[in-house]
Design a protein around this ligand. Structure first.
Ligand code: ATR
Length: 274
């Protein structure tokens, strides 16, 4: 049976095994998908061992996405622009393909929700790995304007250098910007209950607010803030998680499962606390 897993540290909390189990059942694929705890500093050794035991592919999560980037022999364009790999495929000829499906999963989820980027003014908060992974996919959707705001301004400016067409600055600079139609929280602030310091009038009427983080309730402090300040629609990042998993599954197995079904089941699982 073909073996796959999600690799990270920590890994116990990962929902990927549950998602891929649903995909496997739906598409009747002969495969198994587990969770692999990788000791820090032991990435290459752990992956080598998994391959030697017949592993066909891995999802890579925190903190190993840059290690996976270096491990791959062949990188997809989207992995190269993201500077990180979340999916490895071990090819039959012995080569290792590195891909990044996070951005595609994010755009697929926005579209699923009915939020279309073309012609919109988009604000991305944060300039770490999560932000970097979604910028090129966002630009490809042809927004009217894309601004990256970050606490450490130099990191936002570095991303603007890397991706022509992006504007960047501090949260303070947002006071000089017109309101935005789509706000994306790519900071890790929601983990600690911190909302980026946004001006109160930053949104157009009925703007979209999306948090890349997900929670059991579907709410985050940022989404609550956005709703209080006039957002029309809000969403956490659970759909993005399912979207990136769907894209990895397609890369490995050549079939594309239905994200809606898995998302609904996963949300119910989270709400039930399991
Ligand atoms: P990730 O891989 O999740 O992107 P990261 O690379 O550590 O993680 O980046 C975290 C991002 O969240 C950064 O943009 C960080 O801002 P700084 O670059 O200024 O550190 C942002 N962030 C974290 N906590 C924040 C907070 N309380 N307020 C605003 N931004 C925050």
């Amino acid at each position: 049976m073909d073996k796959y897993a999600v690799l990270g540290n920590p890994i116990k909390h990962s929902r990927s095994p549950a998602i891929h189990a649903m995909f496997r059942e739906e598409t009747s694929q002969d495969m198994e998908y587990g969770a692999l705890l990788c000791p820090l500093g032991e990435f290459a050794r752990t992956v080598d061992r998994f391959r030697a035991e017949g592993g066909k592919g891995l999802n890579i999560t925190v903190p190993f996405k840059e290690d996976a980037f270096r491990y791959a022999d062949i990188l997809t364009d989207r992995a190269r622009t993201a500077g990180a790999v979340n999916t490895l495929r071990f090819n039959d000829d012995g080569t290792v393909l590195g891909d990044n499906t996070d951005g595609a999963g994010f755009i697929a989820d926005l579209n699923r929700l009915g939020c279309h980027v073309a012609g919109k003014r988009v604000l991305v908060m944060g300039a770490g790995g999560a932000a970097r992974g979604i910028l090129k996919p966002l630009l490809d959707e042809k927004p009217a304007y894309l601004f990256v705001a970050n606490r450490t301004v130099a990191k936002a400016l570095a991303l603007a250098d890397l991706f022509p067409g992006i504007h960047a600055g501090s949260y303070e600079d947002l006071n000089r910007e017109d309101p935005f139609d789509i706000l994306v929280n790519a900071t890790s602030g929601s983990l600690s209950g911190a909302v980026p310091p946004l001006p109160g009038n930053i949104m157009t009427a009925d703007a979209w607010a999306y948090d890349l983080m997900y929670t059991s309730t579907g709410r985050t402090v940022f989404l609550d803030w956005a709703q209080e300040h006039g957002a029309g629609d809000v969403s956490d990042g659970l759909g993005m998680l399912v979207g990136q998993a769907q894209e990895s599954f397609r890369l490995w197995r050549g079939v594309s499962p239905d994200p809606e079904r898995a998302l609904k089941a996963l949300r119910e699982m989270l709400k039930a606390g399991s």
